[in-house]
Ligand binder design. Sequence first.
Ligand SMILES: C[S@@+](CC[C@H](N)C(=O)[O-])C[C@H]1O[C@@H](n2cnc3c(N)ncnc32)[C@H](O)[C@@H]1O
Length: 205
Amino acid sequence: MGVYSEHVLPRIVDFACNLKDVHPQRRRVCDGLAGDVVEIGFGSGLNVPYYPQAVTSVAAVEPADLGWRLAAKRLGETSVPIRRAGLDAQTLPFPDDSFDAALSTWTMCTVPDIAAALRELRRVLKPGGTLHFVEHGLAPDERVRRWQHRLNPIQERLFGGCQLTRPIVDLLRDGDFTITELDVYYEDGTPKVFGANSLGIARPS
Ligand SMILES: C[S@@+](CC[C@H](N)C(=O)[O-])C[C@H]1O[C@@H](n2cnc3c(N)ncnc32)[C@H](O)[C@@H]1O
């Protein structure tokens, strides 16, 4: 990791992902989580305040050391046991059938091999387990998509590999997940190219 991705980008993410319009979405996506949870792309722990009481533990998977350090205050303010248990969603260091649920918020845009990460999530989820997700991705409208394709190279360079053009719902289905709840919308207060969000719950098929 370079100086920018190690020392600057996690602070930008902590700021940008903490804006006021983001928090209602965090509350919605965390609703219904229960038991042992794996969260990929834990970042600076911005979902921690929204873990329901039914969550018994969280295994945080996050490559950025600074992200984990920025989470310290939030970790101190929750009663949920949270441990940094992995560094890369593409190779999860857990046995099969380990978790009741998984959580991913604005992370599937950045993990380089998202198909590998979804395979790993399927493997570590217990039968009947759920993946709660809110992700930005390829917009429903062609005009917005054209801009996303134009801006993607800049986005990728500035934001640690983040892609504007991933078709999140298709990737989940291709990864053998069945989507049981889904809301596709443009995020308030965010330009459509960056805020074409998919929020929902998926289960291994
Ligand atoms: C846009 S940030 C979102 C952070 C957090 N999920 C949130 O909602 O605030 C994307 C996160 O994915 C993490 N990430 C990047 N590559 C990853 C990988 N291979 N495995 C797990 N997390 C990764 C980044 O370090 C960053 O924290």
